[in-house]
Structure formats: C-alpha cells, structure tokens
Write a protein that binds this ligand. Sequence first.
Ligand SMILES: Nc1nc2c(c(=O)[nH]1)N[C@H]1C(S)=C(S)[C@@H](COP(=O)(O)O)O[C@H]1N2
Ligand SMILES: [Mo]
Length: 367
Amino acid sequence: MTTVDSVSKPSRLAEPDEGISEEELRLAGRNHSMPLEALHYDVTPAGMHYLLTHYDIPAIVPDSHTLIFDGLVERPMTVSLDDLKARPRRTHHVTLECAGNGRALLQPRPVSQPWLSEAVGSAEWTGTPLAPILREVGIGSDARDIVFTGADHGVEKGVEQDYQRGLPLAEALRDDVLLAYEMNGQPLLPQHGAPLRLVVPGWYGMAHVKWLTRVTVIDKEFDGYQNAIAYRVRQDADDPGVPLTRIQPRALVRPPGFPDFMSRTRVLRAGTTTVDGRAWSGHGPITSVEVTLDGGETWSPAELQEQGQPYAWRGWRWSWDAQPGRYVLGARAADATGRVQPVDASWNRGGFANNSVQRIQVAVVTD
Ligand SMILES: Nc1nc2c(c(=O)[nH]1)N[C@H]1C(S)=C(S)[C@@H](COP(=O)(O)O)O[C@H]1N2
Ligand SMILES: [Mo]
C-alpha cells in the first residue's frame, strides 16, 4: 500500500455546534440521495437512485473493457463485456442502501458523506451470475475471500488505492450475486458503474463494486483499506470493530401533503389520507411495519403489500384520519429474523447503519 501522508486527514467528529463544512457539502453535491417522493416507484428511476462514489467516476470505453479472473485459480481468464453478455442473463430487483445512511443525524456527527436517511434506491439489475464463472476458472481449495477491484483510484486517510472490496467465498458463490451490465433495462450509467459492476443482494452498498476490472481469489481474509479500516462499526478510533455486511431493517415514509421550501415541513389538509412508503432488510423478509405520529411514543400497524423478489423493498400503507395539529411522522420495520428498527439507533464512530426511525414534521391544517 502506498501512503500519501501529505494529503491525509484523520477521521474526526464534528464539534457539538459545528455546522456542515464545505468539504461535507462538496461530498453531498457529488453523492446525492434519493428524493423521498421517489418512494412512489417500486423500481427507482435510475436518475433518482442514490449515488455514492469515493473517488472520480472513471472514463471507460465499454467495447474494450475486460474483466480478469486471477489469484488462486486453476485457469486464470480474461473476459470481454460481450463474453459476459453471451452468458446466461438474469435480472434481480435489489434494494441498495449506503452503510453510511443516517450518518449526519448522529450526535456527535462523524465528518464524512453527510447522509440524512435517504441513501437508498431499488433497481432491476441485469447481468450474469458470478458463481458459474468462478467454478469454470477453478477455485483453489484454500480459497477464503474474493477481492473485487474497481477502475477508480484515489487516496483515503493517506492510503493510495484502487477501490477494492473482499467478499467471503460463500457469499460470492450465492447464485443471486451478479456481474451486472444493465440497470432498469438500460446499459449502466457511468455513475452507477458502467460498463460492469458487482451486485450482492442484501449487503450494504460498499460491497457492490462499480467499474469492475478484476476478480481475485485469495487464501485469507482481505485486509485492504475498505474492509480492514473503512467499513467497520467501532466505538472509537482504536477499536478493531465489526465489519459491515447485510442491511439492517428500515422503513421510510413517503412524505404526505406538500412541503415548505426551506424546512421541508409537510402541510396536509385535514381528512382521511393514505400514508405509504417502503421497507427493507438484508437479513430476511419484512414481517411488519408500524406507523407513529408522535416521534415513536405510540404505534399503529400498517398494511403490507406483497413481497416481490427477496431483496427488494416491500410496500406498505396506512389510513390516517388526520385532525388539525402538529405531528412527527415515522415508521418502523421488523424482519423475519426478529430484528426491529430502533427509534434511536446506537452511535458508532463511522456513523454506519443508523436506521433510527425517520422524523417528518407534519402540520395538518383546515382550508
Ligand atoms: N468502484 C467503486 N465501487 C463502489 C463505490 C466506489 O466508490 N467505487 N462506492 C460503493 C458504495 S460506498 C456504495 S453505497 C455503492 C453506491 O452505488 P450507486 O452509486 O450505484 O448507488 O457503490 C459502491 N461501489
Ligand atoms: Mo456506501
């Protein structure tokens, strides 16, 4: 690993009253979240899907793009995009969420990409399954992790690197893990990984390596930056931490009524209205969604729509006889493993997996 100390900045927490910095605003402009009104769509239109890119979006010529399989394999192989497109074609509807979603709402605020609770999207990813190719190249018996390398390059906390993530072999061999070249029936957009990305249904965003160039089999746990340092839940800077893997349950409410421009407080006319939204978990199917009007003091069960594909979000709705007044609207999801979304998730140093219940300010008014 090359280190570039002259540009390195240690990770830090914002001071108690410190506002958003220019650095955070620049990241927020580059990496946009999903407008909450897009919860209307079961399949998020590509331009409304959230976006997270650590370095630059690389300029890649799709026609000459190749993918290399190397490391502990019997038959190293280089395949073209056309070779991959000629292989069996699968489409999976998968909800992607950034592991840092909710970070900017934590106190103290970890200074990094300042997500509120909207770093999510749910797309139809088309590609070819990875596992049959891994079997063709012949994985060594002592294989442990598969390392996925992207074409993008940068420096992070002084470490110069290609974006790389290791995935345990058993996950890489799941039959729903895709080498994806289409999103919502169109070739991948540059910002979403064109011409080729990995899709690991159920895992937080960082595992879905974009601009994929290389798949390397190794005999130990991958110790690169994004696995060993970046994406870990830790209490303080010295804590080795726990790696982030699958998505914790979360429900989001599609904000009802219409917004105030600056505060985004919702204005709603009194009367019966349907509140709706979507809920997801990478651990198991969503089994319940409940709605609160008082910031998590009391709850009412919502009606679940049918579950689509296993790692796609699930729609829900709730009928509200809205009386004039002020409300703090939110929803909480539970999944089949018994995981329940907390009103206030616990704090961690990197600001990861903050699935605290949303707090939408609503003013119900009469005509
Ligand atoms: N090569 C590469 N892959 C990457 C990233 C990146 O910076 N470089 N960001 C990851 C993170 S942190 C997330 S949340 C998802 C975001 O995918 P999207 O931008 O298509 O929504 O891509 C992942 N794959
Ligand atoms: Mo992310």
